[in-house]
Design a protein. Structure first.
Length: 94
């Protein structure tokens, strides 16, 4: 009985650990949802269709406003935004 409870708890713990570490492809989205909502909500992104260079410039602008983004996070955020809010040709190439 006790063993079964312990096993159940282990399963839950593992599930929780997996939940906390989403696959890398979701990291960009997660970063945008966390970092980019410090100062405004994500409505700012709605309808945007920017090129990679334009997004790069915009994120740099946000960083100069105070967005806490590391170099590594920068490229994940950039990839996510270009994929989801990129210019049409960029999106179709994906
Ligand atoms: C430290 C505060 C802060 C953070 C964090 C932040 N922003 Fe902003 N953002 C602003 C301010 C202030 C404005 C309005 C001024 C402006 O347009 O430059 C803005 C405006 C915008 C706009 C509208 C710009 C336009 O020209 O239409 C977009 C898009 C945007 N932010 C995206 C992002 C993204 C993507 C992130 C995450 C990488 C982010 N923001 C994080 C402060 C922030």
């Amino acid at each position: 009985m006790l063993v079964r409870i312990a096993a159940g708890m282990l399963t839950l713990t593992l599930a929780a650990a997996a939940w906390n570490e989403p696959p890398a492809k979701n990291r960009g989205r997660e970063l945008v949802e966390n970092v980019c909502t410090y100062c405004h909500n994500l409505d700012r992104l709605r309808g945007k269709e920017l090129s990679r260079e334009e997004w790069r410039g915009l994120i740099k602008g946000m960083i100069s406003e105070g967005a806490p983004v590391t170099d590594q996070e920068f490229s994940m955020i950039l990839d996510y935004l270009v994929t989801n809010y990129g210019r049409r040709p960029a999106r179709e190439q994906q």
